[in-house]
Design a protein around this ligand. Structure first.
Ligand SMILES: Cc1cc2nc3c(=O)[nH]c(=O)nc-3n(C[C@H](O)[C@H](O)[C@H](O)COP(=O)(O)OP(=O)(O)OC[C@H]3O[C@@H](n4cnc5c(N)ncnc54)[C@H](O)[C@@H]3O)c2cc1C
Length: 513
């Protein structure tokens, strides 16, 4: 007999948040149709000939118990099982975690959808007469939900095929080798914590009227007027999504410039383009109070302004999702933000307990969580010790224009190599597509940062809606391989594209004073 999946329904996603939304008129919790668990035949990849792990006679129920079936947890569980370990994973919501359900995937679908808001208009410049388009927001949400349900199913089948047992419910530690899920206790030689993060909303008056990205994915209507509070990538992405779907958007951010951690030129460029496209971006401005009024929500800002909107969305950071874990029972140490502290092998201070992904607050991205989970499983169960390199991680922000970035910012590069030890190459232009449409707020910006001594590209930053995310993946490969400016210069441009500019940048900017 092979391992069987537990039966029973998973708890509804976001049910804990529904009370907060009573006043955001257009939110309803998602109709849940999560992966239907059932008894399965042992397909058992873990019985395959590639098995390399021989469990010792430890006497525990499992070799490995994983808490959280998101990006990192599913990968770690699957790979460990494939290496021959007996594995269970606990999940208290939909399979696939943040990325699949309320993160990267639905976000990107919303971004695609929102672009049509411009495309119908822009098509006229290319000869198309388009009748006035009408938005059916409900159809968007239904189609998006159907796609996510399909992905939940894929995640379930991946676990099933690997022979991983799924335990439905919230897991908490009883001691360092025991977890409790839905009243059942399970013991394991090792435990991996992969519970991800959750949105953080500061305590302000009227907090109950505020939504986060979690709820934004389930709005039943497109709000006509939206106030987005926050200055990270989730905030700029949602400001762009709502704006391009047709909402009137204000984005408020407490400091002088948003997108902290990104290259300053990119931050300024994005702010300019968002403003030019019609988003009311306000810096040094915080939401201090939200009240429900007959006609919507009244938000008071730190500048003294009061604005009326239909939806207030906070994207004011995320925190590790540790509150229900009872980490103290296992003696696991956490840092100031609640992040689980781990070494380069993702091991905590407790010898048999590991943690990967957002709960460790290293680099909070899906591919990183997956890599950390995979590396953990290969190291511990696959006789292949390896860990995650955090250097030159290419990443994209699906703002409008979108951003692709890899390596150091100019400030970081000058700090690392010396004030005058780097050359900077920049360009800004209207992308060819918009020469006919004359659309404003979509200018392309590109920047290369080169360490003078080695001629190596140490930073690349691109803003370009049609290409930034795609091009930065390949630039990341080149940078990992140690590409120099000479390599870029000697590469034949692909014409006519935006990205060809990256290999035709000839004149360095003057050095700073
Ligand atoms: C709006 C948004 C957009 C994003 N866009 C991108 C993007 O474009 N690209 C990108 O790379 N990253 C993106 N991210 C980040 C990405 O989603 C995360 O980095 C990634 O999901 C982290 O994976 P994880 O395995 O650490 O946690 P998660 O994927 O969050 O998985 C954690 C799982 O643990 C479960 N869980 C929590 N506590 C318990 C418990 N006690 N018992 C049982 N189960 C529990 C949760 O329900 C969840 O399923 C985005 C995030 C958000 C919020």
């Amino acid at each position: 007999m092979g391992p069987a999946f537990a039966t029973g329904a998973l708890v509804p996603r976001l049910s804990h948040l529904s009370t907060r939304l009573a006043s955001c008129s257009s939110f309803v919790p998602r109709h849940i149709s999560i992966y239907h668990t059932r008894s399965v035949r042992a397909i058992g990849v873990r019985f395959a000939t590639t098995m390399s792990y021989q469990a010792s006679n430890h006497g525990f129920d499992y070799d490995l118990f994983v808490i959280g079936a998101g990006s990192g947890g599913v990968r770690a569980a699957r790979i460990a099982a494939t290496h021959g370990a007996k594995v269970a994973v606990a999940e208290n919501d939909a399979l696939g975690g943040t990325c699949v359900n309320v993160g990267c995937v639905p976000k990107k679908l919303f971004v695609y959808g929102s672009h049509y808001g411009h495309d119908f208009h822009d098509a006229q410049a290319y000869g198309w007469d388009v009748p006035s388009p009408k938005l059916d927001w409900g159809r968007l949400i239904a189609n998006k939900n159907a796609e996510i349900t399909r992905l939940n199913g894929i995640y379930g089948r991946l676990l099933e095929k690997a022979g991983v047992e799924l335990k439905t419910g919230t897991a908490s530690f009883v001691d360092k080798n025991t977890v409790e899920v839905s009243g059942q206790r399970y013991t394991a030689e090792r435990i991996l914590v992969a519970v991800g993060g959750k949105p953080f909303v500061p305590d302000i008056e009227g907090k109950e009227h505020i939504i986060t990205s979690n709820e934004a994915f389930y709005l039943t209507d497109l709000p006509k007027r939206v106030l987005v509070s926050g200055g990270g990538y989730i905030a700029v992405e949602f400001a762009g999504i709502f704006h391009s779907y047709g909402s009137k958007v204000i984005q408020a951010y407490r400091s002088e410039l948003f997108m902290r951690g990104f290259d300053d030129d990119i931050r300024h460029h994005l702010a300019n383009e968002m403003r030019t496209s019609g988003i009311d971006v306000r810096f040094k401005c915080q939401v201090t109070k939200v009240e429900k009024v007959d006609t919507g929500l009244k938000a008071t800002l730190s500048t003294g302004d009061v604005v009326e909107v239909d939806c207030v969305m906070f994207a004011t950071g995320r925190v590790p999702n540790i509150s229900k874990l009872n980490l103290g029972a296992a003696g696991v140490e956490v840092g100031r933000k609640g992040q689980i502290i781990v070494d380069e092998w993702s091991k905590t201070n407790v010898d048999n307990i590991y943690a990967v992904g957002d709960v460790t607050d290293r680099v909070n991205l899906t591919p990183v969580a997956i890599h950390e989970g995979h590396a953990f499983a290969d190291t511990v169960y696959g006789n292949n010790p390896r860990n995650t390199s955090y250097e030159y991680i290419p990443t994209a922000v699906f703002s409008q224009p979108s951003i692709g970035t890899c390596g150091l910012t100019e400030t970081q590069a000058r700090e690392k190599y010396g004030k005058y030890a780097v050359d900077v190459y920049k360009t800004q232009f209207r992308p060819m597509k918009h020469t006919l449409t004359k659309r404003e707020g979509e200018k392309t910006f590109m920047k290369l940062i080169v360490e003078k001594e080695t001629d190596k590209i140490v930073g690349c930053h691109v803003a370009d809606t049609s290409s930034a995310a795609e091009v930065i993946q390949m630039v990341g490969v080149a940078m990992k391989a140690g590409a120099t400016k000479k390599h870029f210069d000697s590469t034949m441009p692909v014409h006519p594209t935006s990205s060809e500019e990256l290999v035709t940048l000839r004149t360095a900017e003057p050095q700073p004073h």
